[in-house]
Design a protein around this ligand. Sequence first.
Ligand SMILES: NC(=O)c1ccc[n+]([C@@H]2O[C@H](COP(=O)([O-])OP(=O)(O)OC[C@H]3O[C@@H](n4cnc5c(N)ncnc54)[C@H](OP(=O)(O)O)[C@@H]3O)[C@@H](O)[C@H]2O)c1
Length: 305
Amino acid sequence: MPTRIEDLKLGWIGTGRMGYAMAERLAKGSCDIAVWNRTKAKADPLAKHGAKVVNQLEELSTRDIVFCMVSTYDDVKEVIGKVLAKGRPKMVVECSSISLEGSAELREMLKKKKIEYLAAPVSGNAKVIKAGKLTFVVSGPKSAYKTARPYLDMMGSGSSYVGEGELARIVKICHNVFLGVVIQSMCEITILAQKAGVPRHAFLDFLNKSVMGSMFTRYKTPALVNLDFHVTFTPELLRKDIDLGLSAGREFGVPMPLTSITRDMVQTLIGNGYAEQDFSALLLLQAKASGIELKPEHVEVGDGL
Ligand SMILES: NC(=O)c1ccc[n+]([C@@H]2O[C@H](COP(=O)([O-])OP(=O)(O)OC[C@H]3O[C@@H](n4cnc5c(N)ncnc54)[C@H](OP(=O)(O)O)[C@@H]3O)[C@@H](O)[C@H]2O)c1
């Protein structure tokens, strides 16, 4: 397969929060890209950046590389199945956060049709993508990675190739288990500091400057300080990833005590009616359980992006 960016025809499935921002970077980078989304209206604005927004998934079956960014493995199976019904792209790059088993089943399905396949889940939210800081973890044939890499680079700040098969899936699952545990921990200590008398912005300012601060703690700080829980990542998608982690822990015989507790906290968040808010609304549960009423601090804090 040729490797010049302008030579390959790209297909894109899924323009939700993540998929839209990712496809937008490829379209703005002058790639030849055809985009499909179940709710077409969400994909339509990409046309102004040169993307071709198609009505039928089947229209992507003649593209060289089809990228997929939907929700769960069941969704992936459904959309890729439809793409394959009437033809076959040369390669599929699947970026959703899905299980090892689902990814392996997809690989088998594609192998039978001689389609190259990369598992390429990501780290970052839509704002991170806009800031050019999305990262990929990739597994599959090295030659396929070589072909897809320039496009991955256009969508973010790089990719880590971790080997053959579904290895990228376990890396992403571990990453998101960590994401869940870290946000729960951040919420606990922020409320502890506040109840002891420290304003949240002051506490988080120190945390972010310390050795424990990270790109993640920094970009979650505005939400925790000013209580803006517009969704970047839903509690239900986080629960899915934690469940994938717990099931991998069972499969490989690895105890995951912190993950189990965090799973219960995320479930409690969903059960309390916060499914449509950002997962960092865990702060609200923590405050309630600590007997304090939270108010926005109205302090301008940066997100570090
Ligand atoms: N948000 C984050 O911070 C983040 C970070 C890293 C990884 N992820 C992972 O990335 C994936 C997408 O997340 P997101 O936040 O972008 O989710 P989202 O905003 O809910 O978008 C989901 C996308 O999947 C499509 N979809 C879902 N089920 C479908 C089906 N059965 N058939 C066709 N299309 C279907 C949706 O189409 P409609 O528009 O028609 O609903 C939408 O385009 C998930 O696997 C998530 O775990 C998310």
